[in-house]
Each structure stands twice: as C-alpha cells, then as structure tokens.
Design a protein around this ligand. Sequence first.
Ligand SMILES: Nc1nc2c(c(=O)[nH]1)N[C@H]1C(S)=C(S)[C@@H](COP(=O)(O)OP(=O)(O)OC[C@H]3O[C@@H](n4cnc5c(=O)[nH]c(N)nc54)[C@H](O)[C@@H]3O)O[C@H]1N2
Ligand SMILES: Nc1nc2c(c(=O)[nH]1)N[C@H]1C(S)=C(S)[C@@H](COP(=O)(O)OP(=O)(O)OC[C@H]3O[C@@H](n4cnc5c(=O)[nH]c(N)nc54)[C@H](O)[C@@H]3O)O[C@H]1N2
Ligand SMILES: [Mo]
Length: 772
Amino acid sequence: MATKPPKGDPVQDAPQVTEPQHAAAGLPAIGHTLRMAHQQMGVKRTALTLLSVNQKDGFDCPGCAWPEPEHRHRAEFCENGAKAVAEEATLRRVTPEFFAAHSVADLAGRSGYWLGQQGRLTHPMYLPEGGDHYEPVTWERAFDIVAEEIDGLSSPDEAVFYTSGRTSNEAAFLYQLFARELGTNNLPDCSNMCHESSGSALSETIGVGKGSVLLEDLYRADLIVVAGQNPGTNHPRMLSALEKAKANGARIVSVNPLPEAGLERFKNPQTPKGLTTGAALTDLFLQIRIGGDQALFRLLNKLILDTPGAVDEEFVREHTHGYEEFAAAARAADWEETLAATGLAREDIERFLRMVLDSERVIVCWAMGLTQHKHSVPMIREIVNFLLLRGNIGRPGAGVCPVRGHSNVQGDRTMGIFERPAPAFLDALEKEFGFAPPREHGYDVVRAIRALRDGKAKVFFAMGGNFVSASPDTAVTEAAMRRARLTVHVSTKLNRSHTVTGTRALILPTLGRTERDLQAGGEQFVTVEDSMGMVHASRGRLEPASRHLLSEPAIVCRLARRVLGERSTVPWEEFEKDYATIRDRIARVIPGFEDFNARVAPPRARGSARAGDTPSGGFALPHAPRDERRFPTATGKANFTAAAVEYPKLPEGRLLLQTLRSHDQYNTTIYGLDDRYRGIKNGRRVVLVNPEDARELRLADGSYVDLVSEWKDGVERRAPGFRVVHYPTARGCAAAYYPETNVLVPLDATADTSNTPASKSVVVRLEQSATD
Ligand SMILES: Nc1nc2c(c(=O)[nH]1)N[C@H]1C(S)=C(S)[C@@H](COP(=O)(O)OP(=O)(O)OC[C@H]3O[C@@H](n4cnc5c(=O)[nH]c(N)nc54)[C@H](O)[C@@H]3O)O[C@H]1N2
Ligand SMILES: Nc1nc2c(c(=O)[nH]1)N[C@H]1C(S)=C(S)[C@@H](COP(=O)(O)OP(=O)(O)OC[C@H]3O[C@@H](n4cnc5c(=O)[nH]c(N)nc54)[C@H](O)[C@@H]3O)O[C@H]1N2
Ligand SMILES: [Mo]
C-alpha cells in the first residue's frame, strides 16, 4: 500500500490529520477570519468592510442565502461570510501584465486555489483564435466579438447563457430578458446542480418551489430536523437561529452520514457563554447511510399512520389530495428493509418517532445531502408527505425549509433565470415588452454540456460562476467547452473556466457586491432574495477593484444593445442609467413585487407599508401555502405522493462516495487547505472512510489511493492520489471534496425529474496509488 503522496500532486497538498472537533465557531473562528481577511485586505479595510456586511445600509453577504435576523449584532459575525467578503475585497490584482506573463496553458496547469489567490480581475481580456495569451481588449471590441459570434449562429438556440447565484435581481432580470429577446430559453444555472430537486419536488406537491418558513417559524418550532446539511460550515448564521430555537424549547434531530461539528455544539462568538462552553444543538443524531432518507421517512410515515390520533385528519381532508394511495404505500413499509437502507438502529427510529409525536410544530431543513442523488425528488416528496400527515405546512412554527446555497440563487429564479419558464411568466414579459419570447424549453446544465459536446451549442456565456469546475464529469465538460466557438465569462476572479476555452474567449471583469456602483443616473443599489423569500437592498461601499469594471446590469445592457440593435423593444440605455427603472418593470411582470422601489427603500423614506414589509427595509414575497394554506398545484390541493422506495445498493468491495465542501472553500473557490472541524489540515486530497470498512478493504490510515468511479457506461473515471483518513462516517459511505472529485461524477448520472448531477452518490472502488 502506498504511504507517500504520488508524484505530480501539487506540493502544497500534504494532508495532516487530527481528531475531528465537536463544536463550531467560538474564539478560534474569529482568529481564523481575521488572519485570512488581513492577508487579503489589510487591517483597516478589514474593519470597514466586515462592519457593513448584512447591515441595513450595507451590502448583502455574498456568502450563503441564510436570512438576516431583524435585530442584527453590529457585526453579524460569521467566519465563512467574512472569508467570502475578504476573497472579493482583496487588494490583490490580476492585470494585463499578469496575463502577459502567464500563457493560457500555464494557467491551465495551476490549481483552482492558486488561480483564485491571484486577486481581482481588472481589465476585459480577449483570447483570439490561435492565441496563447489573453490580451487586453476594449469593452466595445469585446461586445463586437460576442455580437459577431451570435450573428454567425444558425439559431439563437446555439447560444447558452449560464448564471451562478450571486447575480442580483436586477442583473438577472435583464439577462433573461436579453436571452429571450434574442430568442432562446437556454438559461441553465447553478441551481440545476443545487436545489433543483427541491424545486421539482415542492412545486408538484405544495405548488410553490420554495421553502415555506420564515426565521420566526424556526424560533417557534417544537422540532427541527436538519437533514443532509452542514450548517457549521455552509450556513454558519443558521447556528444562531438553531441556538435561539433551542432556547425557546425546540429539539433538534440531525440526519447525516457524518457527525458534523456545527450541529453537535455551537459556540456563539457573540455571547459570553458562546466563548466558553457554547450550546449543545443536536438532541438526536441519526447517522444515516447515504441515500437512505426516503426509506427513513417512509417508515416514519407508516409509524405515524399506525398511531391512533396521530394524523391531522381535518387538514388531510380539507387541504390534501392523494392520501389513500400514499397511505397504502406507506403501510407497506418494512422495518428490515429500512434498517438495511439507513443503517440505523430500531431504537433510534423509535426515538425519532416519539419526538415527532410529541411535537406540534415541525420543520424539516435540508441542503445538498438530499438533493444530489438519483432518487432525490421522491426523497424530498416523502418529507412533504411526512409534514402533510400532521398538518405541518402553512401554520406558524412548521414547514419545509430547503436551505439555499448562493446568496441570490433563489432571487435569480424568481427573476426568470430558468430553462423551463412558466407560460404565465412569458405572457407577462410579452405584454410588458412587446416581443414574443420563445416557448420551447431550453438546456439545463447537463443538457448544455451535451449540446456543446455534440456541436449543437457554439457560444457559451456565463454570468459568474466557474462552470467547468462546478459541473460533473470534468473531462467530458472540458472537452465540450473546448469545442465552442466562443466562451465568455463575466467574473470577479480568475478561475479554471477561463483556462478551458472555446476557439475564442473573453473575460469580462465585473463589480462585486461590496463595491460602489456609480452609473449616469447616480449611485445604484441592487436587490436580492434570501432562502426564505425575503427581498432587500444591497449597496456596495468600497471603491471598485479597477476603474475598468462594469456592473453586471451595465454589461447586459451594452451587450443587448450591440447584439439586438434596432430590433430591440427594450429601453436598455435607461435601465443602465437607473436601476429603479428595472425594478419598475419587475414590479409589473413578477407577482409579489408591487411597489418594488418603495418597499426596498430605507424605512424612513417609505410611505405606507404593505403586508410582508419589514421594519428594517425589504419585504417577504407572498407564499400561498405559508400565508393562506392555499396550494396552487394541478389539483388545487397539497399532493401526497406514493413513489416506490429507492436506496443505493452497493456491489461488493465498493463504497458510496459523497462529494462535499471543506470548511475553507466556497464551492470552487478555495480559501485555504484546512477543514478545521473535521481535523484535516494542509491538504484537500483526502478520502474519509469508516474504520470498519477500511479494515475490510485493507486501507490503512495514511495510505494513498486512487478513487475510481463505476458507472454503467463502463468508462473509467479516476481521481488519483487521495490520502485515506479513517473517519466516523456511516458504514459503506465515503466522503471527499468537490471539485477535485467532479471528474468521477458521470454526466448521465442525474436525479430523476430534476436532472441534477448525483454528486452525493458515486459508486467507487479505491485502488492503491502508484508511487512513482
Ligand atoms: N462556506 C461556504 N458556504 C457555502 C458554500 C461553500 O462552499 N462554502 N456553498 C453554498 C452552496 S452553493 C450551497 S448549495 C450550500 C451547501 O451546503 P451543504 O449542503 O451543507 O453542503 P455540502 O458540503 O455539500 O454538505 C452536504 C451535507 O449532507 C450530508 N449528506 C451527504 N449525503 C447525504 C445523504 O444521503 N443523506 C443525508 N441525510 N445527508 C447526507 C453530508 O455529510 C454533509 O453534511 O452551502 C452554501 N454556503
Ligand atoms: N461534485 C459536486 N459538484 C457540485 C456540487 C457538489 O456538492 N458536489 N455542488 C453544486 C452546487 S450546489 C453549486 S451551487 C455549483 C456552484 O457552481 P458555480 O456557481 O458555477 O461556482 P462558484 O464556485 O460558486 O463560482 C465561483 C466564481 O464566481 C465568480 N464570482 C464571484 N462573485 C461574483 C459576482 O459577484 N459576479 C460575477 N459575475 N462573478 C462572480 C468568481 O469569478 C468565482 O471564481 O456547484 C455544483 N457542483
Ligand atoms: Mo449550491
């Protein structure tokens, strides 16, 4: 068995391993934050910037989509939010001289970590056909190049317009408007790889593809289930909400193959107690096998059905559809099969049941641990069944809570970034702008990759993100991208997608959230929507990283004017000057945004308030199931569903690999090489394996293996050189970081219905690494 890292691995990747921790945040978190922030921004800028995150007149944190509490601490402290801010507000710069010194081939050989560490992009850059270096280009020339390539297409459907989830509502609305006026619905987004399964499951069952709870509901809940989520790292501010819920008497059940430190104990750095012992959060930890959640909830539903008086019969009668069929399927649930699927003990499931029966108000929260499996959609629908049974949707303190990732991913969807737009939305666009938007569905992420691979798409345009690193099947995706005629990235920072290019390529540098946005009509702000459907303003304060940057709305407006010219019916110039004019149109097109401008204004500037307006500025979007127990589904009721139970079945000698985030990364942006809570330092190429499995597979702790994924197409997908770490994960389950492991996720291995890459259930074998 190899015991040294294989040659050729990045030198810095030399993982050291200590015991996993059992609590999150506390003083060490403050120390880590300040160290990272000082390195990127210096002391003064650190203080100024971190103080205006999520404050009334400041900018929305570019970290996660967790909502802000009404009563903010002066610095709503969150280690990973601060890292996201430091990463953007860094004083390091990637200039034309940098590109002159580094060929594209050189950059393509660097790690994602190195690329991101180089700093902010300062100039529009162009890689001409046959060129080996990016060269500076004027904005006018850049837009001409995009227009030339789009004009050369035989159909607008040969262009693809990707969006990542940091894009503001204003920019997103304009971007989809441009794509649709051009004539395509090819608007894939990061959500296709993220919460698409939640959207698919929820829109069909409750009629709205978004969560049904507000922060106040968490504070009132009796029981909060956190399944498939690691908030200590990915939504740290959620821990304060859980702490408060507990103080109010809630109990917490965590369902996860890994014991995650943040869920065990939270040391709130804003309270004196938090700096010492902190608060225990989880009352019951269900260490489930990967993919076992549908089986768990199905059995729980059977047990509820079998308990006299446990079903909320009035709610079921008044508000739901499909109960009988569901109940028949649930009654057939089998203990033995459930124990095999979940790896749980009978007593634990019985304890869970008792906690459920003792609770009047139940909330289920989840994230990527539930959305990225083949059977994610029926899994989430089973959770809806579970909540419906006891009337836990549409009443205070209860509901569904899919916790979104990117800070405005939910808002981008609301604004129409979707390859399968609703007819009513297109009708409203048509009425407002007077052109006929295309009606055929466009490509999602996986279909866009296939289209590029097959030569059916030729122009790839990305509004943010890092498409080639975030997408599955890295080798396939990169080859697909290289076939494009033109690849364009609107970006703040350098990343791998800039190095894997079409025949020609452009990098268009843009303002970040933290930066002042000055247009002809004065200083602008933008708006965002958080994970709970709250909309509010975000205003950057810092000087832009370079005077050559354009804002995202300005880029779309200028591009649209150049590409569409006279044929456009949209006032792009006016939109660029004054974003309030964009919001006026959003207010007319999208339900729930009535009086948009007035309602996002600072509280003192506002007139009379409407329902949902918050005292600190901003408002809650309407949500029929939450607000009125009305379910706008095809049946007009909340739908029970009765899918067959599925769970992954592993061939002998294989493990089920989940690809997840370390504490020091934001998706494909790597902040550092540590995963502090899991006891990993100085390296990312690690694979966490249960010690019993490791013994059976003869995998010594500290040995090096290649991860080889097995999929029915027979193609060998290999990620070489991972250090084995014996770790208390569930039996049969392994874990390794994304994006290094995306090479293992087959493009065609996606969730049914949502088409989300199944990046949390990859069947792998572990092979000894070659040492030289
Ligand atoms: N600092 C930081 N913050 C972030 C991000 C980041 O990268 N860094 N990313 C943002 C984005 S876009 C998103 S979508 C979110 C992601 O937030 P998370 O979903 O918390 O992120 P992951 O690291 O993918 O963690 C998945 C969790 O699900 C568990 N899990 C895996 N498989 C299963 C399963 O089958 N069943 C159950 N019950 N659990 C399972 C894993 O053990 C892990 O705890 O975070 C957002 N916030
Ligand atoms: N194997 C595996 N794959 C996954 C996942 C997984 O769990 N496992 N998770 C999936 C999920 S949940 C998601 S959301 C996707 C993430 O996919 P993406 O959203 O595409 O990826 P990010 O890494 O968040 O994008 C980072 C880049 O965004 C740019 N950027 C940052 N801020 C801004 C801004 O304000 N404006 C603009 N224009 N650009 C900006 C920077 O250039 C930075 O390099 O990855 C998915 N892929
Ligand atoms: Mo995400």
